[in-house]
Write a protein that binds this ligand. Structure first.
Ligand SMILES: Nc1ncnc2c1ncn2[C@@H]1O[C@H](COP(=O)(O)OP(=O)(O)OP(=O)(O)O)[C@@H](O)[C@H]1O
Ligand SMILES: [Mg+2]
Length: 463
C-alpha cells in the first residue's frame, strides 16, 4: 500500500516544517506556500487530504477551498485557523471542508483528524469509482441493438433521458425493460443520485403503500418507529416502479398525486412531503386490458404514458440474436472467469431458429449454461438444452401438424408439400422447366411427370 498523500498549504515556512515533521512518518507530505502553488501540485499529483491555511496571500483560503472542491476527484480539506478566524472556519465547513483545527495544534488531535479525513477520502473515491462502473454497465455500448427497432429505442432513450419526463416501458418478460430503465437513469443528470427499484408485484398490497411513502410511528400495530418510504430515498433521483400493472388502484391514486403535485403523505401522517423524483414504470401486462377491466386507472395511465417505449420480443428482432450471443459470450467469460468460447455454426443456427419465449433473459441463461457445462472451446448443438437442440416437436410444417392431428392423410400432405416446392422452383426459374428441374435436383422428365400428376400448369399464372 502506498502512503496516503497530504498537501500542506500555508505561507509560513515554520508551520509547513512542523506539520511535515508530524505527518511524514505516516504520509507522503507535499507543501505549497500559496493557493496557486497548491493548484500546481494538485494538477500533477493526486492528493487525499489538504491542510489549508485560512489566511493566505493572494488567493484567500476560502476561494482556494471552493476551487479544490470543484475538482474530480476532490480531496478532503482540513482548514488551519487561528482562534480569531473560527467564524470563517465554520463558513468553510459549509463550503465542503472536512473539518478545521485551530493553531497552535494539538499533535494527537491533528493526527486523528488527518487519519479520519484520509479514510473519508478513500470512501468518496470508492463510491465515485463504483458509480462510474455501474453507470458504464448501462452505457449504450453494453446495450445490444442491431435491429432497427432497438436502435429506435436507443435513440428515444438518448432523447428523453436528460428530461424529467415519466416513461412507461412495456414488453414481454425478459425483453430488457429494467435495462432500459437503468440506461435512462444513468444517462440523466440524476445519474449521481439514487435509482430506487421497486417491484410492485413482489410486495404484498397492504405493505406497498408504506414501502413507497413510509409511515409515522404508531400508524399501525407494528409501526414502532417512523420509517422513510422509497420516494424519500429517491429524492433528486429516479424511482423505477416495476410491474406497475399489479399495483392496487388505491395506491395508483397516490402515485398519481406524486406525479401531479410532487408530494405525498406518509401512512398515518398528515404533513405533505415534497420530493423531486423522476418516475419510470414498466409492465409486461396489457394496461389497456387492465383499464377495460377497471384494474388500472385511466388517469394514471395517461400520466405515465407521456413517453412510452415498447420493447419487441426477441423473435421479432432476430438480427439481435447473434450480437447478443457474442455479447454474453464475452461478458460471461469475464464475469465467471471462464476462457472465451464460441458456438459452432450448427449451434448458432439452432439459436437463431428458436422462438425465445423468455426473450433475452432466456438467451443469456442458455449461453451461460452452455459455457459452464461444455468442456469444448467450440460449443456444439449437444451443448444446448434438448428443446433447442432437437426442435422436432415445435418446428413442424402446418401440413405435417395436420397429418399428426389425423386431419389429413400422409399422401395428401406429401402431395401438397411437393406441389409447393415445384411451384416455388418454377417461379425461381421463370418457368424454365430445365432450370427448375436442376434446382430440385431432378430431371426435366420427372418434373414434367409430377407436374401433370399434381395438376401444375407449365406456363405460370399470367399465361
Ligand atoms: N439489448 C440488450 N443488450 C444486452 N443485454 C440485454 C439486452 N436486453 C436485455 N438484456 C439482459 O437480459 C436480462 C433481462 O433483462 P431485464 O431484466 O431488463 O428484462 P425485463 O424486461 O425487466 O424482464 P422481466 O419482465 O422479467 O422483469 C438482463 O440481464 C439484461 O441485462
Ligand atoms: Mg424486470
Amino acid at each position: 500500500m502506498p502512503k496516503p498523500r497530504v498537501l500542506i498549504v500555508d505561507d509560513e515556512p515554520s508551520v509547513r516544517q512542523s506539520l511535515t515533521l508530524i505527518l511524514k512518518d505516516q504520509y507522503e507530505v507535499l507543501a505549497a506556500a500559496t493557493g496557486q502553488g497548491a493548484f500546481d501540485v494538485l494538477t500533477t499529483t493526486p492528493v487525499d487530504v489538504v491542510l489549508l491555511d485560512i489566511l493566505l496571500p493572494g488567493m484567500d483560503g476560502l476561494e482556494v477551498l471552493e476551487k479544490i472542491k470543484q475538482r474530480v476527484p476532490s480531496p478532503q480539506v482540513i482548514m488551519l485557523t487561528a482562534t480569531k478566524t473560527v467564524k470563517t472556519a465554520v463558513r468553510a465547513m459549509k463550503l465542503g471542508a472536512f473539518d478545521y483545527v485551530t493553531k497552535p495544534f494539538d499533535v494527537e488531535e491533528l493526527l486523528l483528524l488527518v487519519e479520519r479525513a484520509v479514510q473519508s477520502a478513500a470512501l468518496v473515491q470508492e463510491v465515485e469509482h463504483l458509480r462510474a462502473e455501474v453507470g458504464q454497465r448501462y452505457s449504450f455500448e453494453n446495450i445490444i441493438a442491431r435491429s432497427p427497432k432497438m436502435q429506435e429505442i436507443l435513440r428515444t432513450v438518448a432523447r428523453v433521458a436528460p428530461l424529467k419526463t415519466t416513461v412507461l416501458i412495456t414488453g414481454e418478460s425478459g425483453t430488457g425493460k429494467e435495462l432500459i430503465a437503468k440506461a435512462l437513469h444513468y444517462h440523466s443528470p440524476r445519474a449521481h443520485r439514487p435509482l430506487v427499484t421497486l417491484n410492485c408485484a413482489a410486495i404484498p398490497e397492504n405493505l406497498l403503500e408504506s414501502e413507497l411513502f413510509g409511515h409515522e410511528r404508531g400508524a399501525f400495530t407494528d409501526a414502532h418507529a417512523r420509517k422513510l418510504g422509497q420516494f424519500e430515498f429517491a429524492d433528486q433521483g429516479t424511482i423505477f416502479l416495476d410491474e406497475i400493472g399489479e399495483m392496487h388502484p388505491s395506491i395508483q391514486a397516490k402515485i398519481l398525486r406524486v406525479l401531479e403535485q410532487g408530494e405525498f403523505i406518509r401512512v398515518g401522517g398528515n404533513q405533505p412531503i415534497r420530493v423531486d423524483v423522476r418516475v419510470i414504470a414498466a409492465t409486461n401486462r396489457d394496461l389497456h386490458e387492465g383499464m377495460r377491466e377497471g384494474r388500472f386507472r385511466l388517469d394514471l395511465y395517461y400520466r405515465l404514458n407521456v413517453v412510452s417505449i415498447h420493447i419487441p420480443p426477441l423473435r421479432e428482432r432476430r438480427e439481435d440474436i447473434v450480437p447478443l450471443v457474442q455479447h454474453f459470450l464475452a461478458l460471461k467469460s469475464r464475469e465467471l472467469g471462464i476462457p472465451e468460447k464460441t458456438f459452432s455454426n450448427e449451434a448458432l443456427d439452432l439459436l437463431l431458429g428458436y422462438s425465445w419465449p423468455g426473450n433475452v433473459r432466456e438467451l443469456e441463461n442458455v449461453v451461460e449454461r452452455a459455457m459452464v457445462l461444455s468442456p469444448h472451446r467450440i460449443m456444439e448443438p449437444s451443448d444446448l438444452p434438448e428443446y433447442i437442440a432437437n426442435p422436432r416437436q415445435t418446428q413442424f410444417h402446418p401440413a405435417q401438424q395436420s397429418v399428426l392431428r389425423g386431419e389429413t392423410r400422409l399422401s395428401e400432405a406429401v402431395d401438397q408439400f411437393e406441389q409447393e416446392l415445384i411451384r416455388r422452383a418454377l417461379e425461381q426459374a421463370q418457368y424454365n422447366q430445365t432450370r427448375a428441374a436442376e434446382i430440385l435436383g431432378t430431371t426435366r422428365r420427372i418434373l414434367k411427370y409430377k407436374m401433370d400428376k399434381l395438376g401444375i400448369r407449365p406456363e405460370g399464372p399470367e399465361a
